[in-house]
Design a protein around this ligand. Structure first.
Ligand SMILES: [Zn+2]
Length: 126
């Protein structure tokens, strides 16, 4: 069964296509964490999440940029559970929370490099 079917969330399909295995695992962890969050309080562009004694403030600003003081996204480049929750509420693609360096499209460059390397090894053998 596919992830988007398990969670009944079609936007997960795009994440599955664009993210490599390791960042996808990180993303899914945050996604699952986002499901149990209580609805955030809102102050302008700031969404306030209360998690037991801890409080986190996530911002989705007028320029469609995310930030969150849980620091997870600053460290990993992958949307934290708070941002993912905001995306789901506002119907924004989850990929908006993921740094471009994690998108799979960059992969062909690495493949090309590997090909170039194997060609040069073949030449050396002749
Ligand atoms: Zn956060």
């Amino acid at each position: 069964m596919l992830l988007e079917d398990i969670f009944r969330d079609p936007d997960l399909r795009l994440c599955r296509y664009l993210l490599a295995k390791r960042p996808m695992q990180e993303f899914v962890q945050q996604y699952v964490g986002s499901l149990s969050l209580l609805p955030p309080a809102r102050r302008g562009n700031i969404y306030i999440f209360q998690e037991g004694p801890d409080q986190y403030e996530s911002e989705y600003d007028d320029y469609a940029a995310f930030d969150c003081n849980c620091e997870y996204t600053r460290k990993t480049g992958i949307g934290c559970r708070h941002m993912i929750r905001i995306c789901r509420d506002l119907k924004i693609s989850y990929m908006e929370t993921v740094h471009p360096r994690w998108k799979f499209e960059k992969q062909p460059t690495a493949v090309k490099k590997r090909r170039r390397f194997s060609r040069s090894t073949r030449r050396r053998r002749r």
